[in-house]
Design a protein around this ligand. Structure first.
Ligand code: 5GP
Ligand code: ZN
Length: 142
């Protein structure tokens, strides 16, 4: 997949600043960090989104994310907390269509934040939660 920027990073065709690599994945610094130390963990094999990612590879990306998170807390970056973020699909803010796990080190007052929808703060009735859960459960059975 030559037009994929992250495949080009895996192949060493464009530069990246790596923090970790193994047979399955590589982890490198985000070129436009959300906070100082922001790392991306990506599979070596191209997968556009979660549906294309073998579950074992997904598990491995998460484990490597945990390892990097631990290092961020121990390091002189002095991360006080970590956010994992994975955007799957354009509406979910995915801009690079090669699966990647964001590992974002957090410190008090770093300015990073999340914006919630208008309905947030008005918890739905239990019946509504059950109806929604039923929709997901039905699809899980398929
Ligand atoms: P997404 O919105 O798809 O979850 O995140 C894509 C991320 O990839 C962004 O945080 C963006 O800064 C990062 N990114 C895009 N192009 C490059 C690149 O060429 N090199 C690196 N290191 N990061 C990139
Ligand atoms: Zn790719």
């Amino acid at each position: 997949m030559t037009d994929c920027i992250f495949c080009q990073i895996v192949e060493g065709k464009i530069p990246s600043t790596k923090v970790y690599q193994d047979d399955v994945c590589i982890a490198f610094m985000d070129i436009q960090p959300l906070t100082r130390g922001h790392v991306l963990v990506i599979p070596r094999s191209h997968a556009g989104g979660l549906a294309d990612l073998p579950p074992q590879t997904g598990g491995h990306l998460f484990q490597v994310g945990q390892k990097i998170a631990k290092a961020m807390r121990k390091s002189s970056l002095k991360a006080e907390g970590i956010n994992f973020f994975l955007a799957d699909g354009k509406v979910a803010f995915q801009t690079v269509f090669h699966v990647h796990l964001h590992v974002i080190p957090r410190t008090e007052g770093d300015g990073f934040g999340l914006k919630f929808g208008a309905e947030y703060g008005k918890p739905p009735e239990r019946s509504e939660l059950e109806r929604t859960a039923g929709q997901i459960q039905e699809a899980l059975g398929k």
